[in-house]
Design a protein around this ligand. Sequence first.
Ligand code: SAH
Ligand code: SF4
Length: 406
Amino acid sequence: MLSLDNFLGTGGNLIVYMAILTNLLDLDPVQLIAYCGELGEKPFRAKQLQRWIHQFGASNFDVMTDLAKSLREKLSTRAMIVSPSIVSDHTSVDGTRKWLLDVGQGNAIETVFIPEENRGTLCISTQAGCAVNCRFCSTGKQGFSRNLSVSEIIGQLWMAEFELRRTKNIELGPKGERQITNVVMMGMGEPLLNYEPTVTALRLMLDDNAYGLSRRRVTLSTSGVVPMIDKLSQDCAVALAVSLHASNDVLRDGLVPLNKKYPLAELMAACKRYLEFAPRDFITFEYCMLEGVNDTDAHAHELVALVRDSNNSVSCKFNLIPFNPFPESGLLRSKNPRIKSFAQILMDAGIVTTIRKTRGDDIDAACGQLAGEVQDRTRVQERMEKMTEYQQKFGENFGRIVEIPS
Ligand code: SAH
Ligand code: SF4
């Protein structure tokens, strides 16, 4: 027979609470209004509550002084505000901060903050593990554990924003300087295979009573779940990044197994459709550079033809990612000169191309040279004009190193 003792002990209390209390981080603005309605409260109370949670980082109802004491007491017996607990928290010399978060049953996810001069980007996860099983991805090799809930997804932003503010002694609330200005869903998992919680979390990111980020500053990265790309365009069209990694179907079938279900022609058509609703006038294609696999000049030319197909031309930019090797993959990172030549072919075709810097790697030199192409003695004027045009259109990072640690 079960007694209370079965639930007590290490972590046992939490199990009891989890079963009873509603985690308010799980609720989007509409759901929070409904929840407050169930408590007999007017919709504006939900807005106040939402601001306390997502703008002040409150996890304790006592601090919510503009809510009636009776409501605060009611909330404290029925609700909680809890994000995944922090297992580790490391800051590197360049300011990059990584948190490892416990999502239960031996599963952990990583959240990474990347500070840059005029912005702070948070890279968040949407699943523990991933079922897509791309050949070059260590997450895929771990297999799929489970989908993250809304509170586990938005909880990464909630935790990171207010941890960063507390560390830097920055005022909480809308008056304090916002630390996270951009979010990329490029951590663990395939966001479009955990669709509803992902979209709910996106809505909170965009909501003015929560984080108020513009759709341009939130990027979802997908391996290409075609029907869900279309659905996203209708439900919450944030900026889209697509993990391409190959210039033809035979190659992509071997690298991204999902390609067998949604081949390149369908994926390109979906990207084109998405652009009609997207907040930016381009799709970002991510391309992991694998030595001798997908990195030849012929592949680069094939890619240009793919995105410039007369029936299905897709306005895009490329982000080349030097492969981050892991032992079981049996794959190697392309050499720097190869990555540079590959990028040059795309750039010569007029496609904006950046190379993601992998920290601790000597790719800096190659990236530097890439940006330094404007100093070529040949066609200097033409290249300078093009560079200025692209920087105006795609941001000052064009042609420069975009540092996103892998
Ligand atoms: N599942 C989504 C988002 C998470 S992966 C997607 O695939 O787009 C984020 C990016 O990291 C993807 O472009 C992915 O292809 C890339 N990536 C995965 N493993 C990598 C590795 N070992 N080296 C470099 N990039 C990798
Ligand atoms: Fe990794 Fe993304 Fe492929 Fe999943 S879909 S295995 S996270 S690269």
